[in-house]
Design a protein around this ligand. Structure first.
Ligand code: 13P
Ligand code: SF4
Length: 304
């Protein structure tokens, strides 16, 4: 089959089987094209909860599918490729954070959404890269334990000097590959370009950016801007999607190393098999875990 034929078959099957396809913005173009909802982590969680379909199919990584299940426990939620996980989400577990919480009893625990469901059960609120500053600002507590991404946490801390933010050593193995040298090289090669960077990058990189934001924020900035050239400091798929959406503008990846193998694991064939009922993995979570983990996701939606 050609890609177009496979896309047509997926579109037919998803209607027949009442499946809503969710695709994170880092997914390949051929997947984004057949998705019902695309966007950053925040948009996917909020919009998925409102979708009328009975089955939700996540093209992204495991914690995203689990978040959809937390918000819609009555629905069938599938992860298109069961091997697609976010390494950052596995960096800190419930035992470690329970021990840290004992040392800092008066700190609110703010968990980046890139965490396991098990860990979310003991956190106070979740945030995404697009909602972190807004949510932390609204918390009554001055003392915040921000986990697991110390780079996003450092960025939030710079925006909110009135808060006392404690960080642990965690982060995205893809975004930390970007160096100051990459910034200098791309700035020199494209002196008129705006530098748009994801807050998962190192603080010395975000400090040099013209704009810091989530994947959706970066795309929105570039689409709305009257500028013609942009250096894109997040997964290389974003520069590619933008070049299709705005063919009159130029998009340069900040680094060729900005490739997340986990986000790239899902293929159009995985999507086809999951919609056809011969692939994917159903996300199953214990009722008690859903109840406990959902509190911090609900609070994120309410404050975000
Ligand atoms: P956002 O979609 O919130 O920008 O996060 C990017 C990411 O790395 C998701 O894993
Ligand atoms: Fe995880 Fe980073 Fe990949 Fe996002 S880009 S899924 S945070 S490893």
């Amino acid at each position: 089959m050609t890609i177009t034929e496979l896309q047509k078959e997926i579109t037919r099957l998803k209607k027949e089987r009442d499946v809503c396809i969710l695709a994170h913005s880092y997914q390949a173009r051929e997947i984004v094209e057949i998705a019902d909802i695309t966007g950053d982590s925040f948009k996917l969680s909020v919009e998925a909860a409102k979708a009328p379909q009975q089955t939700m199919l996540m093209c992204g990584v495991r914690f995203m599918a689990e978040t959809v299940k937390l918000l819609s426990p009555e629905k069938k939620v599938l992860l298109a490729n069961p091997t697609a996980g976010c390494p950052m989400a596995e960096q800190m577990d419930k035992d470690l954070i329970s021990a840290v919480k004992k040392q800092y009893p008066d700190y609110a625990v703010v968990a980046y959404i890139n965490t396991t469901t098990e860990l979310k059960t003991i956190c106070d609120v979740c945030v995404t890269s697009s909602s972190a500053v807004k949510i932390v600002k609204q918390l009554p507590e001055k003392n915040i334990l921000f986990i697991p991404d110390c780079n996003l946490g450092e960025y939030v801390s710079r925006q909110l000097p009135e808060k006392n933010i404690k960080l642990l050593q965690g982060g995205c193995p893809t975004h930390v590959r970007v160096t100051l040298h990459d910034v200098e090289r791309e700035r020199a090669a494209h002196p008129d370009a705006k530098l748009l960077v994801h807050p998962e990058c190192l603080p010395q990189v975000t400090a040099k950016a013209d704009y810091v934001g989530s994947t959706a924020g970066i795309m929105e900035y570039a689409i709305r801007s009257d500028k013609k050239e942009f250096i894109i400091g997040t997964e290389t798929s974003i520069a590619e999607h933008l070049s299709y959406q705005c063919p009159d503008k130029r998009f340069y990846p900040l680094s060729k190393n900005l490739v997340c193998a986990n986000m790239k694991a899902t293929t159009l064939v995985d999507v086809y098999r999951a919609v056809a009922g011969t692939g994917g993995e159903e996300i199953l979570l214990a009722e008690d875990t859903i109840k406990k983990a959902r509190r911090c996701i609900d609070r994120m939606v309410e404050l975000g």
